[in-house]
Design a protein around this ligand. Sequence first.
Ligand code: DUT
Ligand code: MG
Length: 590
Amino acid sequence: MKTQQKSKIGWLLENMKGYRALYAVGILGTFLYNVLQLTVPYISSKIVDTFLSGESAAANLASHKDLLYKLIAAMVLLTFFRTTVVYLVCLIMEVVSQKVLYRVRTFLFDKIENQDMKFYSTFRTGDLMTRVTGDLDAVRHMIAWVLRAIIESFSLFIATAVYFIYMDWLLALSMLIIAPFIFIIIRLFRDKVGPRHKLLREKHAQMNTAAQENISGNRVVKAFAREDYEIEKFDECNKDYAETNQKTAMTWLTYFPYVETFANLMPLVLLLLGGIFIINGRITMGDYVAFSGLIWALQNPMRMMGNIMNEFQRFSAASEKVMEIYYSEPTIVDAPDAIDKTERFEGKIEFKNVSFQYEDANLPVLHDITFSVEPGQTVAIMGETGCGKTSLINMIPRFYEPTQGEVLVDGINVNKLKLRQLRKNIGLATQDVLLFSDTIDGNIAYGDSHLSQKEVMKFAKYSAAADFISKMPDGYETIVGERGVGLSGGQKQRISLARALAVKPAILILDDTTSAVDMETEKQIQHSLKNLDFPCTKVIIAQRISTTKSADKILVIQDGRITEEGTHDELVAKGGYYCSLVKLQTGEEE
Ligand code: DUT
Ligand code: MG
């Protein structure tokens, strides 16, 4: 998985494409309503100076009553206007953030869906779920609230500072000298809270993983009567998360008293210096009213900084996780010079000196595998458990790539074929069956949703599933629960076989697909596999001689190598592993 990353804000801006202009309007609006906040104290100071405290206040009140009314009306109108702007800004922020959330979430799901096998063995489901839910919400919150709060705080602070300096620079600077101290405290806070948010996010993912594994594994838990143990385990995760959450939230409390103390020094300075300045005539009473009426506009942004920094760090931790998926690339992709093979494949399979090793393992699983299967032939693969059968067939649809040698389909190296075209030509029934929460009909027609009911029934018959399906309460419309809870192992296998057949593949791969099916039913399946109404090469992994007997070729794998190869009769004559297996199994049957 390659990752190539941008800065977090750069990434955010990129995903806001199409909404950036609207967002800029929102930011401008934020700026506007904060500047408008200053107008009310400004007008109040005018009213105080002209009509209440100035020397000619009484005379003004008598002669310029209309001006007083106008000023009051202006105050009301401006307040109304400001409220409208605030409303519109909130609307814009909400709309933009939801649109971006929707876009990024769709993109992420696409990314996850198109990943290769390695990705799925790297990431835990609960962790991925956290990324597309909680983490993405932190990203949305960044757009909807954090950025706006930053602009709001700064614009309010700067506008007030400018206005104060305009009224009286000395008094203003005496108050503003406190600000840098607060910034230093906030910086210290940031360094402390950043790692805590990372940890918190990790704990959240752990808790989700625990919940997810428990829900999907509930049958195992019940079978072993380990509910109490699991509850305790989850409780531990939950407690861990709650404690980390609390610790993160409490971090601010360590810094808060200092910020508060510094912020509260401002009114003190105003009271002292302002009082002196009024007495010696440097400022008017109206100026003092404006100063004290607006001092919150300096204090609040500084108080808000803690909260903003907190949310910013939350965004930072979450976006890192989101971006990891956002920029991840699967390693198994179409080659740039991939061949466009639109026609149906012939179904010839060749392995040439293929060796394979899992990336996280230290020993190779398969060594120097060479064999070929002609179109329409059936090859059976046998071998002890863990010898590498599933690993081998996984290289045909290119789920994994050989570490050495090559796998060819229709004479073309599979890494030169388009993944989609290659896989469309393969019908695979995997070893552990997963059915979707859907009707039986929907599950069988999964690979081809245009399949007619008649055809679905035909494939159910091929896989010897028609009988039991017709006995189900709603027949083909029966919903099989999550992972097909209501079905037996053998029933699930047969639906999975019907699903693989229903795409009428050129290559059919069955990984132990009839292991849970009784002998008689298996015979039926063998019979229909031999008489399919479309050409098809079959690769069948099986343990039973009855399944492999009639194959055109049998491969025996031992310790990752092909040790025997030939037809049933040839291998029996050879007297090796296969022969001993025949004796063992027929002996049991007798
Ligand atoms: N293995 C891994 N990583 C995987 C899958 C398998 O290291 O993701 C190892 C386990 C085993 C070997 O590869 O030692 C072969 O596994 P495979 O699943 O190919 O064995 P099998 O022949 O299909 O065994 P079974 O008959 O039990 O299905
Ligand atoms: Mg296997």
